[in-house]
Write a protein that binds this ligand. Structure first.
Ligand SMILES: [Zn+2]
Length: 184
């Protein structure tokens, strides 16, 4: 195994994430979100390699694809919690999407008055992490956020086409849940 297969992750406290977002939003306004998503996306493959190493050490499973689907969610949750991000609950929404929920999340900090979901770095990170896991393009969109005063951060994950349908519907004022029924 090379260093690239098993990267050492750099540890930063949650305050760094909050400060990064606040300073970028202060200077760049709306442009902060896509930039932070890009940074998160760039970190996804290393996080996934770290997850693979962690899973092998924890459960003796070298390939996450070998993990039974019912254990994958709890393992991903334990990994993110141990790395300091927070625990997640993963559930299927209809045929075409996953919901990834966190009631405590490092990037959210303590803000509760944001106008829009603000865990931008996580959104990019999860997209890259899940793309590595699935072996196919996965898009992620945040639809609820602790920073907005919601009870949880909720990220939707699915194919780019499925997520585009959800995004278009939300732009028309329809709830995302409408688009994620089993008929889709
Ligand atoms: Zn959030």
């Amino acid at each position: 195994m090379t260093a690239a297969d098993n990267p050492n992750l750099v540890c930063l406290g949650p305050a760094a994430l909050v400060s990064l977002r606040e300073s970028l939003e202060r200077t760049l306004g709306d442009q902060a979100a896509p930039l932070m998503q890009e940074v998160g996306y760039a970190s996804g493959p290393e996080m996934f390699q770290s997850f693979k190493s962690w899973l092998n050490a924890r459960a003796g499973i070298a390939d996450p694809g070998e993990l039974d689907a019912s254990f994958l969610g709890p393992m991903v949750s334990d990994f993110f919690e141990e790395k300091g991000w927070g625990a997640v609950a993963i559930e299927k929404l209809g045929d075409s999407a996953l919901a990834i929920d966190a009631t405590q999340w490092a990037e959210a900090g303590s803000e509760t008055t944001a106008a829009v979901p603000s865990c931008h770095l996580t959104t990019g990170l999860l997209a890259a992490f899940l793309t590595e896991l699935a072996g196919d393009d996965v898009a992620v969109m945040q639809v609820e956020c602790l920073t907005c005063g919601d009870d949880r951060c909720r990220f939707l994950a699915g194919s780019p086409a499925a997520l585009q349908r959800v995004f278009d519907a939300m732009m028309q004022g329809r709830p995302y849940s409408e688009l994620l029924t089993t008929s889709q």
